[in-house]
Design a binder for this molecule. Structure first.
Ligand code: ADP
Ligand code: MG
Length: 493
């Protein structure tokens, strides 16, 4: 069967670290990037006599996520112990939620290639604690372990097998990342491991309803590797099936240097986690009042903002760019509010969203990128940007001058109007003055004028250029054209 006769089926298990001040089951502080083994306590070390206490903030963050995704929140959910023996886990077990997670169902809408979107349904979300971090490549003789991360709060978001390509899987991860950042519950940084995922991949003949045997690729820690690993795994499975072999359910790792997936263990060798209910904690109870409070305090969600931006007349693309990062959308909102404040009540047309969007996503982001800055630390306030765009629309400055003004505001931080005056960017829009300039230029260049009068429109550019030079670039180019027409008309008579 050719590759195109197989349908790719993917389900993702995404781990997202919650950005709380303390760990999941103890008051031990946690910070990403802290020196190794400086964020630990007796509970983290698994010392006898320590007992777990759930972190209310972590449950609150997890609830925000589940409410935003439309999950059914379970009034009672249970903690369970998942056992394994490894140096990153001092207790010898991880506390998680197995058969009774706090959230079931829900869905996330993702954009699909060629426009439109699709809803990817979720199986469940559960809360758990993270393990420490082992480093095996520091020496030939020993490994290192850092327990800072041990006990950090995590949510695991499990999708149904509804993703159909590597690109869809990456889009799903991107939407999740955007969402948790909007919600302010996680830094969701794949490089730092605060967002990571396992991808389950199977194939089936196109048209078939039954699911094929899946393989699970562990610990994908970048968008690039997520997509590459899925593509590599699809190739591996197609190869097997084409050779008449079967796919054996297994756990795999992805090797970026060879761009191949490698079987780590098959189902027969799978670890037996000996799950059992956590005896040291009562069930987690979440009442309706708590859910209502979380719901009432949700920020505007990315897809809500996206629809609102479409309503302002922005394109799918522009709205998508502005909404991908909460701070960028905030910046646009503040700039737009300022633009409305500058415009007079009832001005027609109302200040447009499009020019503001362009100045933000093109000029401003380019300046920020060049300096390696994020929009959150942008030296140009949204108000100043709106003022610059307004100066263009009132023809006080040209678009070209506006770029110079923006660059100067970016560097010096002065109000735009001050820079316009100080650096002489004000556009000359006095038709009389411009006619006088054009007249001078024509008098000085009789040969070119001769050609223009003879209908050689090419020399028009020459006159525009001369006038722009004479005015140090400040003449309004449209008025220069008008002035040329006016004088030609005079001479033709
Ligand atoms: P486990 O926790 O043992 O890995 P689950 O049943 O919880 O198993 O499934 C984990 C993930 O695997 C889910 O995201 C699910 O959508 C996905 N999945 C299940 N069956 C398949 C399949 N046949 N092909 C691709 N993904 C699958
Ligand atoms: Mg799994």
């Amino acid at each position: 069967m050719p590759v195109s006769d197989y349908e790719v089926v993917i389900g993702l298990e995404v781990h997202c670290q919650l950005d709380t001040r303390t760990k999941m089951f103890s008051a031990c502080g946690y910070e990403i990037g802290a020196p190794p083994n400086t964020r630990t306590d007796p509970y983290t070390w698994g010392l006898p006599g320590t007992l777990p206490v759930p972190n209310r903030a972590a449950v609150d963050y997890a609830l925000r996520l589940a409410v935003a995704l439309g999950c059914e929140i379970q009034p009672v959910s249970r903690w369970a112990r998942k056992h394994y023996f490894y140096p990153d886990l001092p207790k010898g077990y991880q506390i998680t939620q197995s058969d009774q997670p706090y959230a079931l169902g829900g869905a996330l809408e993702i954009p699909v290639d060629g426009g439109g979107s699709k809803r990817v349904h979720l199986q469940r979300i559960h809360l758990e604690e993270d393990a420490g971090k082992n480093t095996h490549d520091a020496s030939d003789t020993h490994s290192l372990v850092d327990y800072n991360r041990a006990g950090a709060p995590l949510v695991e978001i499990v999708s149904l097998p509804e993703l159909r390509s590597a690109a869809e899987a990456a889009a799903y991860m991107r939407e999740l990342r955007t969402l948790v950042r909007y919600l302010g519950i996680s830094q969701a940084n794949m490089e730092e491991g605060t967002l990571r995922c396992d991808a389950n991949v199977s194939l089936r003949p196109v048209g078939s309803e039954a699911l094929g045997t899946r393989c699970e690729i562990k610990n994908l820690n970048s968008f690039k590797f997520l997509e590459a690993a899925i593509l590599a795994e699809v190739r591996r499975q197609v190869d097997l099936l084409e050779r008449g072999e079967v796919v054996v359910q297994s756990t795999l790792s992805y090797d970026p240097s060879r761009d191949r997936t490698k079987v780590m263990r098959s189902k027969e060798e799978a670890a037996d986690y000996r799950y059992f209910p956590e005896p040291d904690m009562p069930p987690l109870q979440i009442d309706a009042a708590w859910i209502a409070e979380v719901r009432a305090n949700l920020p505007e969600l990315p897809w809500e903002r996206y629809r609102r931006f479409l309503g302002l007349g922005l394109s799918d693309y522009d709205a998508g760019v502005l909404c991908a990062e909460r701070e960028l959308g905030d910046y646009f909102d503040q700039a737009f509010a300022r633009a409305r404040g500058i415009a007079n009540e009832g001005d027609e047309p109302a200040p447009a969203a499009k020019p503001l969007c362009n100045w933000i996503t093109q000029e401003l982001l380019a300046l920020l990128n060049a300096e390696g800055l994020s929009i959150a630390s942008c030296p140009v306030s949204p108000e100043a940007l709106a003022e610059i765009v307004d100066l263009i629309s009132t023809q006080t400055i040209s678009g070209r001058a506006a770029k110079a003004v923006l660059a100067t505001v970016f560097e010096e931080g002065l109000p735009p109007v001050e820079i316009v005056e100080r650096d002489g960017h004000r556009q000359v829009s006095d038709l009389g003055a411009i006619i006088a300039m054009v007249r001078e230029v024509m008098d000085e260049h009789p040969a070119q004028l001769e050609q223009l009068l003879a209908g050689k429109d090419k020399v028009r550019g020459f006159f525009v250029g001369q006038v722009m030079r004479r005015s140090s670039g400040q003449a309004n180019p449209q008025l220069v054209q008008q002035a040329i027409d006016h004088l030609l008309g005079e001479r033709a008579q």
